[in-house]
Structure formats: structure tokens, C-alpha cells
Write a protein that binds this ligand. Structure first.
Ligand SMILES: CC(C)(COP(=O)(O)OP(=O)(O)OC[C@H]1O[C@@H](n2cnc3c(N)ncnc32)[C@H](O)[C@@H]1OP(=O)(O)O)[C@@H](O)C(=O)NCCC(=O)NCCS
Length: 228
């Protein structure tokens, strides 16, 4: 699992987090994060079939080293293109590129007619409380807005105070309860939706602005240097 950021004052600066689509090669590092988060974790083949599902999209939050000068990025990527994968990947990582081993969180959604269903979201325990979960959720809402969907829907355990607090901050509201939805302990699930009205989207933009102010320097694309 990825190591937490070094102490303040480190000469290399804290690593930053980038969001990108999940690939099959990411399944290995994602599974321990999922197992730590969920009592009923999926087998690897469930992720494989999800990644092959045209109506699903999975994203990972990946730790990257501190920014490197753009001239070096160009040279690095050209060199990595010449090398075989087993050599190019470590070189890319060493010189500041995204690392599969640095995955700190992930989420998955299903596109369902006019709504986006948040199927799963989890952050590695040692990375929780650093804004990664909210950043993944912002990505989820942005995907729904970009696809011009009407709403985002999810289920959450009634006892999951942390997740519920985040969903509430984003403006999700409870629309119903599924009795004994979770098979490990027969816990109820609340169904929550976020109607993507202009007001709701404006509220999420405010949440993003607050998140940028608190954590922007830590997330690639949130410190004004481009998009994720
Ligand atoms: C839910 C989860 C994805 C959040 O990820 P995260 O990276 O810790 O989230 P963030 O750091 O962005 O935000 C955490 C917020 O929850 C708040 N929080 C933490 N514990 C809380 C609690 N017991 N009650 C209420 N709020 C709580 C924090 O205060 C923080 O808000 P703040 O930054 O304003 O202080 C993560 O905790 C996780 O992986 N949980 C296990 C899997 C899970 O429950 N997934 C959701 C299924 S519906």
C-alpha cells in the first residue's frame, strides 16, 4: 500500500495526488484498499468484469512524486517510449510519472439511463482524512454533469457516519431505506440522491472551491496548472 506523505519540510516536497481511469494493472493495488474498506470485498474477477463493462467507469487516485520540470517530463516520456514496458514503467515512476503502486483510493460508477450510480468508493486507511474521498466524489459528480445526467444515486450504510457527512456536504438527500441490504450484518442501506439542478451543481462547485483552498496544492489539476 502507498506510503503517507513525508513530514513537512522534506526536501522532495509532499507527493501529489492525480486522478485517472483505472486499468487492469491497477486491480492488484486496489484490492487491499477495497478489502480494508468493505466486509464483503470483491474477488479480482469482479473488477475485471467491471473494467470490461461499457456502462461502468472506474477511477483511481494515484500518488505522484513532487512536480518535475516540463522539459524533463518530455524527455522522460520520449525515453520511456523507446524502452520495453518493464523498464519504461519504473523509469517513468522514478522521474515523476504516475505509479500503479501509489494508488491511495478508487471509485466506480455505472451509467444508468439518466443517472450515475456510485457503486463503490474507498480510500486507503492511512490516507483517509486528507481530502481524497471528497476529491473522488467531486470527480464522480463532474462525470455526471459532463454526461448531462439528471442525478447521482448511491447506497450507504446507516452507521457510516463519515461517508454520510461527506454526502450531506455535497447536498445528497435520503430518498429511502433498503432493509437488511448488507449481507455481512443485515445492516440497512439508505438510498441517497443528488438531483443535478443548477442550484445543486453550484453547491458542489462551492464544495470544490473549499476543497481547493484546503487541499489544492496536494491534487494535480487543482492548483491552477491544468486539469485532472
Ligand atoms: C468514506 C471515505 C471514502 C472518505 O474518504 P476520506 O479520504 O477519508 O474523505 P475526506 O478526507 O475527503 O473527508 C473526510 C471528512 O469526513 C469527516 N469525518 C471523519 N470521520 C467522521 C465521522 N465519524 N463522522 C462524521 N464525519 C466524519 C472528516 O471530518 C472529513 O471532513 P473535514 O475534512 O471537513 O473535516 C473513506 O472514509 C473510506 O474509504 N471509508 C470506507 C469505505 C466507505 O465507507 N465508502 C463509502 C461507502 S457508501
Amino acid at each position: 500500500m502507498a506510503s503517507p506523505p513525508p513530514a513537512a519540510g522534506s526536501s522532495t516536497g509532499p507527493p501529489r495526488i492525480a486522478l485517472r481511469d483505472m486499468t487492469r494493472a491497477d486491480i492488484g493495488p486496489v484490492r487491499p484498499i477495497e478489502s480494508a474498506a468493505y466486509a464483503d470485498a470483491w474477488p479480482a474477477r469482479a473488477f475485471e468484469s467491471e473494467l470490461a463493462n461499457a456502462f461502468a467507469r472506474y477511477r483511481v487516485a494515484v500518488q505522484t512524486p513532487a512536480p518535475v520540470p516540463s522539459a524533463l517530463v518530455g524527455a522522460r516520456d520520449r525515453l520511456a517510449g523507446w524502452l520495453p514496458g518493464w523498464l519504461g514503467e519504473p523509469l517513468t515512476r522514478l522521474l515523476g510519472g504516475p505509479s500503479r503502486r501509489g494508488i491511495v483510493g478508487f471509485m466506480g460508477v455505472w451509467y444508468m439511463v439518466d443517472q450515475l450510480h456510485l457503486v463503490t468508493i474507498a480510500v486507503a486507511p492511512e490516507w483517509q482524512g486528507r481530502g481524497v474521498g471528497q476529491r473522488l466524489l467531486l470527480d464522480c459528480v463532474n462525470m455526471a454533469v459532463a454526461a448531462e445526467l439528471k442525478l447521482v444515486i448511491l447506497e450507504v450504510r446507516v452507521t457510516n457516519a463519515r461517508a454520510r457527512a461527506i454526502y450531506g456536504r455535497f447536498g445528497f438527500r435520503r430518498t429511502g431505506t433498503l432493509r437488511a441490504y448488507y449481507r455481512d450484518n443485515d445492516e440497512d442501506a439508505d438510498v441517497m440522491i443528488l438531483d443535478l439542478t443548477p442550484e445543486a451543481v453550484a453547491r458542489v462547485e462551492e464544495v470544490h472551491a473549499e476543497h481547493r483552498a484546503r487541499f489544492g496544492a496536494r491534487f494535480v489539476g487543482d492548483a491552477g496548472e491544468g486539469t485532472t
